[in-house]
Design a binder for this molecule. Sequence first.
Ligand code: DGJ
Length: 305
Amino acid sequence: MEKKLINGEIWKDISGNTIHAHGGHMLFWQGNYYWYGENRTGNRYVSVYKSNDLVNWEYVRDVLTTNSRTMEHRVRTDLRLKTDDGGKINIERPKVIYNEKTGKFVMWMHMENGKNYNQAACAIAVANAPDEELTYLGAFNPCGYMSRDCTLFVDGSEAYFISASRDNADLHVYRLTEDYLNVDALVNRLWQGEYREAPAVVKHDGKYFMFSSFCTGWAPNQCKYATARSMEGRWSMLTKIGDETTYRTQPAFFLNVESTGDIYYVADRWNGKDYNDSRYVILPLKFDADNNPVLEYHEEVKIIV
Ligand code: DGJ
């Protein structure tokens, strides 16, 4: 099945409504892709869409809203999904992975108080199915650290949460506990003082690649990547990839297409003046003969599933 996407256009779901899945993540589950992402309309925080061809997306539901169920899971957790004056908090970059041991779908995200970016916390939520509303388990500072832009990466029997710390100056890598509901240990503090945001990890040919942007608010900048032989091992220095604005994008996540082995760079093309008009860009990620990543711009993307 070959389908096309036009990068940077407004993408609509199969009911004709604009897809709001910004700063998102995809999970492949029983023949379908589930696309979770930020939806800032109404009382929503995160919505999920479903597709088996990565082009025709069905809106499934809002999985996290101001009214979602909350549950206390750990001490000193901030369970508030509204501000004291009834407004919205700020949820960014939701990522979802499946835990085989517990059978739960676990979301990690960046949480702020809705007024500024000073809380710098991560938050978690769980569900029993990929299309179910999540139960919010609250926000906290992993190992006591600041935590802003983030991603998740499953590596065999381990999973990692990666987030910007020390006012975004450093990028932390935490190994998760077996149930994915807490950080087990801080295993790496990367690129101190480089101010990397929007981390996304992919593995290719035995090597780990971490892409990230610089820290310039909603404005796009030069993406850089680094490599490692293991998530907990030594990471390389940063190397530029794409053009100086990364084709006017910021990384959201990497998509591994199960049936073909193809990898796609999935990114946001933010509109800082009108957030809800932000768009998406999907580009194939290729590798040269030395296993170096190559990211080229294409207006149209053909996705084969
Ligand atoms: C860049 C981050 O990557 C986004 O997720 C968002 O936090 C904006 N900064 C806010 O300016």
